[in-house]
Design a protein around this ligand. Structure first.
Ligand SMILES: NC(=O)c1ccc[n+]([C@@H]2O[C@H](COP(=O)([O-])OP(=O)(O)OC[C@H]3O[C@@H](n4cnc5c(N)ncnc54)[C@H](OP(=O)(O)O)[C@@H]3O)[C@@H](O)[C@H]2O)c1
Length: 253
């Protein structure tokens, strides 16, 4: 049985790969950084006696997404973790347009394409789409990132419902973490990151939640309460709160 993890060279993806290796899955791990991926594959294969292969690719490019899927064809893929993603922070008119376009390609087009290709070719198993708590409400000062995650959250939840109704034995879970201490903030240009849970804690909640058949996974008690608050409070309260949270990360407040 094979598990494929995108964005496995670091952060949450790396921790999810370790857990899947410990559960006996052979692994195909995808990201751009070859050295980090190869070291991880070597460590996992040695520790858990599974096969682990690095697939070096830039998933913001459509051809690399198709190449990854073609590489996995004919293998017994039972788990697909659609995790690679990036953020961009800042006032809408000041964010770098090229970085934002790359984020839209990676977080929307590529995650959509990979989700479609893998769910089409998997006969049964589990897919985990990694969204964010930013999917649940507007995120001024991180507007486009939140919008990309809202797209994935809605797509993933809707398709999971379709598959259940159609009796397709592929379970689609959506992971919606709050702040997690990874390289994500640095890559997104966040000057003052908020403290977050560890990547291993988040990964554990994600993998076991997915195997338990959860459709939406929100790791952490504080985060679950925050989700509830977003459901209950009016947008007039949520929007300024969210502006303040993102503003703190930028050092505005
Ligand atoms: N950290 C948080 O606070 C947080 C909260 C909510 C949701 N999330 C989501 O969780 C997911 C994982 O983020 P993380 O926190 O683990 O961040 P991270 O530590 O920065 O890891 C991101 C991973 O994605 C890979 N990646 C980035 N761009 C890529 C590209 N163009 N092609 C292939 N791989 C690419 C990176 O590998 P390479 O650089 O080697 O390519 C890395 O392995 C993302 O979808 C993120 O939006 C994170």
């Amino acid at each position: 049985m094979v598990a494929v993890v995108t964005g496995a060279s670091d952060g949450i993806g790396m921790e999810m790969a370790k857990i899947l290796g410990s559960l006996g899955f052979d692994l195909i791990l995808a990201a751009r950084r070859e050295k980090e991926l190869s070291q991880l594959c070597y460590a996992i294969a040695k520790k858990f006696h599974v096969s682990a292969q690095a697939f070096v690719c830039d998933l913001s490019k459509e051809e690399d997404c198709r190449r990854l899927h073609a590489y996995c064809k004919g293998r017994d893929v039972r788990v697909f973790i659609n995790n690679a993603g990036r953020g961009v922070i800042g006032p809408f008119l000041e964010t770098d347009l090229d970085a934002e376009m790359e984020m839209l390609r990676l977080n929307i087009l590529s995650t959509h394409l990979l989700f479609k290709l893998f769910s089409g070719s998997m006969e049964n198993g589990f897919i985990l789409n990694v969204a964010s708590m930013a999917a649940f409400q507007e995120t001024p000062l991180m507007a486009a990132y939140g919008a990309t995650k809202a797209y994935l959250y809605h797509l993933s939840s809707s398709v999971n419902y379709e598959f259940r109704k159609q009796g397709k034995p592929v379970h689609v879970a959506t992971l919606c973490p709050g702040s997690v201490a990874t390289g994500f903030d640095k890559a997104a240009g966040v000057p003052h990151p908020l403290s977050g849970m560890s990547a291993s804690e988040c990964a554990e909640a994600a993998i076991y939640g997915m195997f338990r058949g959860r459709s939406v996974i929100i790791p952490g008690t504080k985060e679950k309460l925050a989700r509830l608050a977003v459901k209950l409070l009016p947008r007039e309260i949520i929007l300024p709160m969210e502006y303040r949270i993102q503003g703190k990360k930028l050092g505005i407040f």
